[in-house]
Design a protein around this ligand. Structure first.
Ligand code: SAH
Length: 375
């Protein structure tokens, strides 16, 4: 695709990092600045930018669109959740969807996005598609932020081997004046402001040619009301969904329950272990000098690590042992920051672990049978 083709030609003008990475980094920086929740990449090709963006924790919805389904499918598996995502679900929700279709058509699945990126896309559009493009992106999708990048033809004489265009599929390549006049007119018509920048600095002494890739950053002037978002928007789908991944997230009750149950059992185990260690050491003391024995199988606070001890004291809820059974009060477990943060309220904790963790008959403590451990 474009990125390999351009690298081939920019061999003697070496961009470090490569130009396509600089373009993607530009988007990542913008995401860091504006923190959009919903991002769509139009002309996403092999989904490399989408793959990079899935690591941006502010993003909850990622969508890709390309007119070429086969290029999208090449590496789309990279957008699927990894085993680690299931083992430790993220707090945010994340859905990644790929659509097959053209930017010349409107589809309601592209509504509601905060940021729409069009990286090296417009120069691939036929005249008729380019004409429809502003109405689809700025008029219909109307995100608060649009980024459009395209080759700056003034840079071409510096690229060895480039006679007409940088890529055989390019339908045109604009100089800065052409791009800026198109962008300014588009921005004016759809009530956006636009600023121009770029990536790929020209060599020293050739600064007058401008960036190798020119970029327009469009910001919507008027806040979108729910009315303007809904008005005259078609409900008919024009794109075909070719991929969808819903990442495990703690926002989903099922994953939250798993996380809370694991954390409760883990926390209870730590408390229980401290208690058992304490009992063993006291038992040893007793054997060494029976007259010195301080407490009869009753754990004292110095059995616990400082933090743990503090929490237990604060809540004045000590775990206790009855025969082979250790009871760890639920309120103590709830005091632990991670459990607390996951559940929010004590009631929620009780609800999430109900039926999943063995509790005392009154439901106030986690129960552990230590029979095997004692042996
Ligand atoms: N954004 C990518 C790919 C750029 S190449 C990158 O930066 O590397 C342009 C991509 O736009 C190609 O994958 C091509 O299939 C796609 N494309 C061309 N015309 C399109 C159209 N009308 N609608 C959607 N995508 C289109």
């Amino acid at each position: 695709m474009d990125k390999n083709f351009q690298e081939q030609f920019t061999g003697s003008i070496k961009f470090t990092p490569p130009l396509y990475k600089q373009r993607y980094q530009f988007i990542k920086d913008l995401v860091g600045k504006y923190k959009p929740k919903k991002v769509a990449d139009l002309g996403c090709a092999d989904c490399t930018l989408l793959w990079m963006l899935k690591f941006c924790s502010c993003i909850e919805v990622l969508a890709g669109l390309d007119v070429c389904a086969s290029v999208m499918k090449e590496k789309m598996h990279r957008l699927s959740p990894l085993p680690g995502d299931y083992l430790q679900p993220a707090e945010r929700s994340l859905t990644v969807t790929l659509h097959h279709g053209s930017v010349a058509h409107k589809d309601p699945c592209m509504l509601g996005f905060d940021l729409v990126t069009c990286i090296e896309l417009i120069e691939h559009l036929e005249q008729s598609e380019l004409k429809k493009f502003p109405e689809v992106v700025f008029g219909f999708m109307a995100p608060s932020l649009v980024v459009i990048s395209t080759p700056n033809s003034e840079f071409n004489p510096l690229l060895p081997g480039v006679t007409l265009f940088r890529h055989p599929d390019h339908k045109f390549e604009w100089d800065r004046a052409q791009f800026q006049s198109w962008a300014l007119e588009t921005a004016r018509r759809y009530d956006y402001s636009v600023e121009f920048t770029g990536v790929g600095h020209p060599p020293t002494g050739m600064e007058n040619v401008g960036f190798c890739t020119q970029i327009g950053v469009f910001v919507r002037k008027s806040p979108q009301t729910s009315e303007s978002a809904q008005s005259e928007k078609p409900t008919e789908a024009a794109y075909k969904t070719v991929f969808k991944a819903v990442y495990p997230s703690l926002k989903d009750e099922k994953y939250l329950q798993n996380a809370v149950v694991s954390e409760v059992i883990f926390t209870a185990q730590i408390i229980k272990q401290s208690l058992m260690d304490c009992l063993v050491s006291e038992h040893k003391e007793y054997n060494d000098d029976p007259t010195e024995r301080k407490c009869k199988f009753q754990p004292s606070m110095n059995c616990f690590s400082e933090d743990l001890g503090k929490l237990v004291v604060e809540k004045s809820m000590e775990p206790f042992v009855n025969g082979n059974v250790v009871y760890i009060p639920l309120i103590t477990i709830f005091s632990f920051p991670k459990v607390n943060r996951l559940c929010g309220t004590f009631e929620k904790l009780r609800k999430l672990i109900a039926g999943k963790v063995t509790l005392s008959s009154d439901g106030s403590a986690v129960m552990f049978n230590t029979e095997h451990e004692n042996k």
